[in-house]
Design a binder for this molecule. Structure first.
Ligand code: EPU
Length: 432
């Protein structure tokens, strides 16, 4: 069994470099399938979701060459298959972007339904299906495989999303980039990684306007050719380290960030008594005074991100007074609360709201991560708690956080990973 072991209870200090954004990378890698020629993708995070997606493309016939640890050249010219129905595809959620990419390129796609982080039970894709159907595809699901077929190519359409969905916005943008005619996505999601994908596609020859607003216009082009593109920094990874210093106290500097992308998180931390100073591409965060209670509701960007909800709730366990955190995106994302209770936290969940009564300290315990961000929250809890915390289920964490152990060690955290031979550590896995 792989575990992280943390001896916590001390402030953290130092600098941490933020990696490329996971949720941008997992959209941009499938997008490479639509490009004729070599795409160079820079600033890829070294995380297992990226490794898995690259291996999926390779299995489909792509030529992939690692230029360095963070840069790959992907050439999908020789990919002839419209099928991504092998086992690896099920391993990550973002595999569903293969539907948009393959539909855009070939007019047909057969993709195994993805798994991935599983909180809140089912994660529907009805908005993706609604959009592709409006663009002329026949979509059906049989034996866990999504089949999406057109006569020849997707046709542009106007699609009004019933819910603000990051995944549907990205998937439809992919399909529309090579569709015939114009596509309008209304009530689109506005997350920074949506803008990043649009910038990537535009740099390869697509014609996408309005990404980052609720109305995106895509003029379909006949082909996209190669180029090179660097992925934006990961705002959630950055936010996770900000939450860590808020909980543990101390002073840290985040390097290679876009402070604007973190405004929703930074402004809440300021309300909680943390000093957060935005510089051009770095952030200084310091917490010396007691933490103050606050009230948070997660929302699509630019609201407070759901992917920071477990981490911030964990920090609020140590704030003065009673805080509330309402989950506004997912039905159920509070499974980590039972784990925090083992450390002495006082959280009651009522519907979509966690009511958190601050305590003066947490105590180390044996914990189990249930998904990526829950795992990150437990690491923060371990850093803040007195004594030893062990965390199982760390493969979830390694799906989305690059070198968390090394980065935290550099901040003075006493943390180590204990790996067993039967569960290979990310660095022992093949790079591509
Ligand atoms: N929804 C529908 N129908 C759909 C699609 C979504 O009802 O067809 C609902 C969902 O049930 C949810 C809401 O819409 O209640 C938002 O879902 P969205 O589609 O935006 O989520 P996603 O694309 O599946 C991405 C991130 C998640 C992040 C959400 C929300 C990736 C690979 N995943 O998921 O990130 O929580 O957006 O911001 O980009 C994470 O990184 O830990 C993570 C889970």
């Amino acid at each position: 069994m792989t575990k992280y072991v943390i001896n916590g209870g001390n402030p953290i200090n130092g600098e941490v470099e933020i990696s490329g954004a996971k949720n941008a990378a997992v959209a941009i890698i499938p997008a490479a399938l639509m490009v004729d020629g070599v795409c160079r993708i820079e600033n890829l995070p070294q995380i297992s979701d990226v490794t898995t997606l690259l291996s999926i493309l390779k299995e489909m016939g792509a030529d992939i060459r690692a230029v360095n640890k963070r840069t790959v050249d992907i050439d999908c010219t020789r990919v002839k298959t419209m099928r991504a129905t092998f086992d690896t595809v099920r391993r990550i959620r973002a595999s569903y972007y293969l539907i948009g990419a393959l539909l855009g390129r070939f007019g047909n796609a057969y993709v195994t339904m993805p798994g991935g982080c599983n909180f809140g039970g089912m994660r529907p894709i009805d908005q993706h299906v609604k959009g592709f159907t409006a663009m002329g595809a026949n979509v059906s699901v049989k034996n866990g495989v999504v089949s999406a077929e057109t006569d020849k190519v997707l046709r542009g359409a106007t699609i009004y999303l019933d819910v603000v969905s990051v995944g549907a916005t990205i998937n439809l943008m992919l399909g529309a980039a090579l569709a015939e005619g114009n596509t309008y996505i209304e009530n689109a999601a506005k997350e920074p990684h949506i803008v990043d994908l649009a910038n990537f596609l535009n740099s390869m020859g697509a014609d996408i306007r309005g990404a980052g607003t609720y109305s995106i216009k895509i003029r379909g082009v006949r082909r996209m050719s190669g180029g090179s593109y660097s992925i934006i920094p990961d705002q959630i990874e950055a936010g996770t380290y900000l939450a860590a210093v808020a909980g543990a106290g101390g002073r840290i500097v985040l390097r290679d960030v876009i402070p604007k992308h973190l405004e929703g998180i930074s402004s809440k931390l300021r309300e909680m008594g943390v000093t957060v100073v935005d510089l051009e591409d770095s952030i200084i965060a310091q917490r010396t005074d007691p933490l103050l209670k606050t009230h948070i509701k997660t929302m699509p960007y630019p609201g407070f991100p759901t992917d920071m909800q477990p981490q911030i709730s964990t920090v609020l366990c140590l704030a003065n007074g009673i805080s509330t955190v309402t989950e506004g995106v997912w039905d159920n994302r509070f499974r980590y609360v039972d784990e925090l209770a083992k450390m002495g936290s006082l959280i009651r969940v009522s519907g979509r709201t966690a009511i958190i009564e601050g305590v003066s300290n947490l105590t180390g315990a044996s914990l189990k991560a249930s998904d990526l961000r829950a795992g990150a929250a437990l690491v923060i809890a371990g850093i803040c708690a007195r004594g030893e915390t062990t965390i199982e289920g760390v493969s979830y964490i390694e799906r989305g956080y690059e070198k968390m152990i090394q980065k935290l060690s550099a901040l003075g955290v006493d943390i180590k990973a204990i790996y067993t031979p039967d569960e290979p550590h990310l660095e022992e896995q093949e790079a591509v």
